[in-house]
Design a protein around this ligand. Structure first.
Ligand code: ADP
Ligand code: MG
Length: 380
């Protein structure tokens, strides 16, 4: 049996665990062509959920356009990509698609011919950079018009939407809102990992996206359903295990699907010969994974300052520590608060730590603290 616990990419079909309620809710929202902001920290499963949702919506007859804002450094490329995916979702015939694209004013179609003589139509922004935003709006406007004409319901999914402020901020937000509000044939899902960015975009009265749609916070996968999914695969592979031992996996992985998948993947590999899953084996997993990622942690560690290292060590020992408290600074012999703040900011910027909505600092990678504590052992 091929290892069924996949991580790092998009998991679909039988490899995708649960999310039944979330899928049902999003399907309901899109049936009404609503607008949803989907938020969660990284690796909680937004992209996987969206791909599985899109599979379902396609079966239900929706036209689907997806793009990840990460991939588009400027409005120009975003405008071209969005126009292309929306038009393509609504028109599958390449020749008609190219005809549609040639009708646009600010976007120029590019036609390429494949080895087999097949045509592909793409677009690029035809004019100067300052026209990129009008081009984007023209593309979106056209998608609405086309959806109306075809009597099709279109769902536009924009992943990592919290990247939007990297363009020119407020202007694009206002323009997008005005455009989206007019759409009656398009549902929107705007998803993002920078939760604070999306929350301030949508909850601040002065910002353009204020109350444009509902906010759905994606939580962890329900433990009961996830456990059922895991048991299913273990039975299929004829592994011996005690159900209650597996509870530990959720604790070790902090209920983050990416971690759970990785723990289960390694668990299966380690038990491949014995076909027996024991509590000892489960306990070992985080260190096994930390070792696999050692080259990566090594690089981060080398680039960290003395104070940053001291902070990382402290946080790996005491995850709930309050770095700005006197007690913390006395215990670990570091300070003052201003340099601690600067170090934490820098570690956050590098993506080693992330700041929770409550203001606590946590490791972005759940397994890094295990690597750090092993490091201490070898340094002694
Ligand atoms: N429902 C799920 N079932 C199985 N694995 C999942 C599920 N959701 C997420 N994962 C795992 O977590 C990893 C990260 O998920 P992803 O959707 O990329 O998170 P996000 O987009 O929130 O950062 C995936 O590569 C996959 O291994
Ligand atoms: Mg994602």
């Amino acid at each position: 049996m091929e290892n069924p616990f996949k991580y790092g990419g998009i998991v679909r079909g039988p490899y995708f665990a649960d999310r039944t309620e979330e899928l049902a809710e999003l399907i309901r929202e899109m049936t009404n062509l609503g607008r949803v902001f989907l938020i969660s920290p990284r690796r909680l499963g937004k992209t996987c959920l969206l791909f599985n949702l899109m599979d379902r919506l396609r079966d239900l007859g929706f036209a689907i356009a997806y793009l990840d804002l990460n991939a588009y450094p400027d409005i120009r490329s975003f405008a071209a990509a969005l126009t292309q995916v929306t038009c393509k979702a609504l028109e599958s015939n390449t020749e008609r698609l190219i005809k549609i694209l040639s009708g646009l004013q600010r976007l120029r179609p590019k036609v390429s011919v494949g080895h087999d003589g097949s045509l592909t139509g793409t677009v690029e922004v035809a004019t100067e950079d300052k026209d990129a935003l009008p081009a984007l709006l023209e593309g979106m406007h056209y998608a609405e018009k086309l959806a109306r004409k075809k009597g099709q319901r279109l769902v536009i999914v924009i992943d990592e939407f919290s990247d939007l402020p990297k363009y020119d901020g407020q202007t694009i937000e206002k323009a997008l809102r005005a455009e989206i509000q007019q759409h009656e044939h398009i549902g929107y899902i705007l998803s993002g990992s920078e939760q604070s960015v999306i929350l301030s975009m949508t909850r601040d009265r002065k910002r353009a996206f204020y109350k444009l749609g509902r906010i759905m916070e994606l939580g962890p996968i329900d433990r009961g359903s996830y456990a059922y999914f895991i048991f299913g695969w273990l039975h299929k592979g004829k592994y011996r295990f005690e159900k209650r031992d597996l509870e530990k996996i959720f604790e070790l992985g902090k209920d983050v699907p990416h971690n759970i998948q990785r723990l289960c993947h390694n668990m299966l590999e380690l038990a491949r010969d014995s076909r027996e899953i024991t509590p000892d084996l489960i306990e070992k997993l985080p260190r096994v994974i930390a070792q696999q990622d050692s080259p990566h942690f090594e690089v981060l560690w080398q680039a960290a300052s003395q104070l940053q290292r001291a902070l990382l060590m402290a946080l790996s020992k005491e995850p709930d520590a309050k770095p700005f408290s006197r007690e913390f600074q006395l215990t670990y012999g570091i300070g003052p608060s201003s340099s601690i703040k600067a170090s934490l900011d820098s570690l956050t910027k590098k993506g080693i730590l992330f700041k929770t909505l409550k203001g606590a600092y946590q490791f972005s990678d759940t397994f890094m603290p295990y690597w750090i504590s092993d490091l201490k052992r070898t340094e002694k």
